[in-house]
Design a protein around this ligand. Structure first.
Ligand code: BGC
Length: 660
């Protein structure tokens, strides 16, 4: 008998039921008599949102009253860093701030796959590729958990959009489920052993995720091997008896759960739930308490948080176009757009952090260039206004260069609803048009969490996607635009020419009750590449102020793995970072043209060369066999290729698996 079973044996049924149920929205039940402590769980993922009960809620989600903490870039930007170290540091700093506020488990990261770009929470998620997502998510988790704060990997399973999020039934064909949707969870769990996994709101194959034996027992515990605790999303359990039997250990939420507690007690009496099932959940939750060892209340360093947030923001903003505008060589430019003055640096909903301190791009550019002329250009949350545009045009006509900062209206990107369109609003499109009509050197900086259409691209000379960059948004933007730092972010999802090009578009929001993932494995770049659909910017795209060359690629096929190496040299005049992205083309006609199997980011000074080595496990080149219901590594030729920052092959070699 282990020590947890000994404690459980001393518990009454009522105490056990308390243990598996929340006690208010952010705490668990406890058993004082046996020294079983309460635990505190708070959001996540891009900062600690520890609610301050005495503070007023001021937003429509009723969630703003929280203590201040570092607001890190949202995960959409973190993904574009392709930088494991950055993710790890964020995890460590999150742990330090969480512990300071007495938090045991941070509710994140969210690793749902970016299937349809209008997804309301896409700013909270990483990528359209499970390898990239899981590599960064596991570093974030390892950083967090190494300091004794638990994570809750969310939202398992199929919560890829917010469309009817509480009830929609998600249907994913077997191969796509295994190769895409479970893969991100499987890889993350194997690499970081998250203390908890959060069961999502939606249904999966008919059952709500928190009540689905297939999702929680068969796929998560039996197949993937997850052995931590499963918690429900907030109020995601409808039938507590079913949820407990499915393997949902802890019920969390906002409402009164006395009815659910009674239902469990009744079910124990009539045999619907076994004592063993209840005890197993209790055991997992007792073990969770031991895993979360961080010292509560220990002082934290919010200035360090700001620096970590700044580094990540610099590493993840993406330069999409640059015809001789950046780095800004002189001060004859003007800044237009409210987002420069009052930046948007995070999305809305449960992830919203009360920032420790923020910086604005305008303020930070002024620190470098002195007084910079500025016009609002548009009014947030209001319709297009001709006089506001005219004022901006007047300013832009007097300067050599105009830099327009754009963000969406409040709640344009938020939890609980998807966007309706990928288009910028009318006022933004008119602003770009108007400024381009009076100035020949126009740059646009987007503060948007997700993908937008860019029909204006040919009219402007430079474009930066700065995402929701966290509290250091201003300083990071200024550092990159001025050339103090070099751009090294690469897109973690494809930017289509138009929304309708997205492969999930024909299947999305067709029926209120059901979402069928009809595109199968051909999601994101797997679709655009394979079907030769032109895109605005491919997955992995991102420019730099320097250039890199690739040479001397080698492949060594070993047992259960392949080692690939290549020399990368910084051939430009300034220091910069290159992301080596390794893709594979597998044998067969039923596979995507290419799939990401590994990557690494290298910081190189001018002229410096590195030998990049990437090891690819066979699991990552395997294909799901729908007859054997298992992964297999096929015989035949595998083409490995590195792709450069503009989506072109820069080095390629093949290996024949039949020879091994
Ligand atoms: C969200 C979760 C979040 C929880 C607690 C839910 O509505 O889906 O991501 O962690 O609320 O705020």
């Amino acid at each position: 008998m282990n020590k947890y079973q000994e404690i459980i044996n001393q518990m009454t049924t009522e105490e056990k039921i308390d243990l598996i149920t929340c006690n208010g929205p952010w705490h668990t039940g406890y058993v004082q008599r046996l020294n079983v402590r309460e635990m505190c769980l708070t959001d996540g993922p891009n900062g600690v949102r520890c609610e301050n009960a005495s503070a007023q809620a001021t937003d429509k989600h009723n969630l703003h009253g929280s203590y201040s903490a570092t607001c890190f870039p949202t995960l959409a930007l973190l993904a574009c860093t392709w930088d494991r170290e950055s993710a790890h540091k964020i995890g460590e700093q999150l742990a330090s701030e969480a512990a300071y506020y007495g938090v045991d488990v941070l509710l994140g990261p969210g690793i749902n796959h970016k299937r349809v770009p209008v997804g309301g929470r896409h700013f909270e998620y990483f990528s359209e590729d499970p390898v990239l997502t899981s590599e960064l998510a596991s570093e974030y988790i390892n950083g967090l958990q190494s300091k004794g704060v638990g994570c809750s990997l969310k939202h398992y399973l199929g919560n890829n959009t917010e469309y009817n999020r509480f009830g929609v039934n998600v249907i994913i064909e077997e191969r796509a489920l295994q190769e895409i949707y479970l893969k991100a969870f499987r890889r993350t769990i194997k690499k970081s052993s998250p203390f908890t996994v959060m069961a999502a709101y939606n249904r999966f194959n008919g059952d709500h995720c928190a009540e689905s034996k297939e999702a929680l027992q068969t796929l998560l515990r039996d197949d993937i091997g997850f052995n931590g605790a499963v918690i429900s999303d907030w109020d995601a359990v409808h039938d507590r008896v079913k949820a407990l039997n499915a393997g949902c250990d802890l019920e969390m939420g906002f409402i009164d759960y006395s009815g659910h507690k009674q239902a469990v007690a009744d079910a124990l009496k009539n045999g619907e739930i076994s004592q063993e099932t209840l005890d197993k959940s209790c055991e997992r939750l007792l073990e969770l308490r031991d895993k979360c060892f961080a010292e509560k209340g220990k002082p934290t360093d919010f200035e360090n948080g700001y620096s970590v947030a700044y580094e990540a923001a610099v590493g993840g903003m993406v330069l999409l176009k640059n015809d001789n505008i950046f780095p800004l060589a002189n001060s004859d430019f003007c800044v237009i757009g409210m987002a420069a003055e009052t930046p948007r640096y995070q999305g809305e909903g449960s992830s919203r952090v009360e920032s420790f301190r923020t910086s604005s791009p305008l303020e930070e550019l002024r620190k470098i260039y002195g007084e910079i002329p500025y016009a609002k250009g548009y009014i947030r949350n209001e319709q297009f206004d001709e006089s506001v545009l005219n004022e901006a045009k007047g300013l832009a006509s007097k300067h050599k260069t105009a830099i327009i900062f754009l963000d969406g209206d409040d709640y344009a990107e938020e939890e609980s609803s998807d966007r309706k369109t990928l288009s910028l609003s009318e006022k933004h499109l008119k602003l770009i048009d108007g400024i381009c009509s009076v100035n020949k050197r126009v740059a646009v900086v987007l503060q948007m969490g997700g993908v937008t259409e860019m029909p204006y691209l040919d009219k402007i000379q430079a474009l930066v996607q700065s995402f929701f960059a966290g509290e250091a948004v201003g300083e990071a933007t200024a550092a990159l635009l001025s050339g103090k730092c070099n751009f090294s972010g690469r897109l973690a999802e494809t930017y289509p020419v138009k929304y309708e090009d997205n492969p999930a578009y024909p299947y999305y929001a067709k029926e209120w009750e059901k979402l069928e993932y009809g595109e199968g494995i051909y999601t994101g770049y797997r679709y655009y590449d394979t079907k030769n659909v032109p895109v605005r910017f491919p997955f992995g795209y991102g420019l730099s102020y320097t250039s890199f060359s690739y040479s001397d690629m080698k492949i060594i096929r070993g047992k259960n793995k392949t080692k690939v190496s290549v020399k990368i040299k910084n051939t430009g005049n300034v220091a910069g970072a290159e992301v080596a992205m390794l893709f594979v083309s597998k044998p067969g006609a039923d596979v995507p043209k290419k799939e990401l199997v590994g990557f690494d980011k290298y910081y190189l000074s001018s002229g410096e060369e590195v030998n990049a080595e990437i090891e690819v496990a066979d699991e990552d080149i395997s294909v799901w066999d729908t007859e054997k219901h298992a992964f297999e590594v096929r015989g035949g030729v595998y083409a490995f290729a590195f792709y450069g920052n503009t989506g072109n092959i820069v080095a390629e070699k093949q290996v024949n698996n039949d020879n091994f």
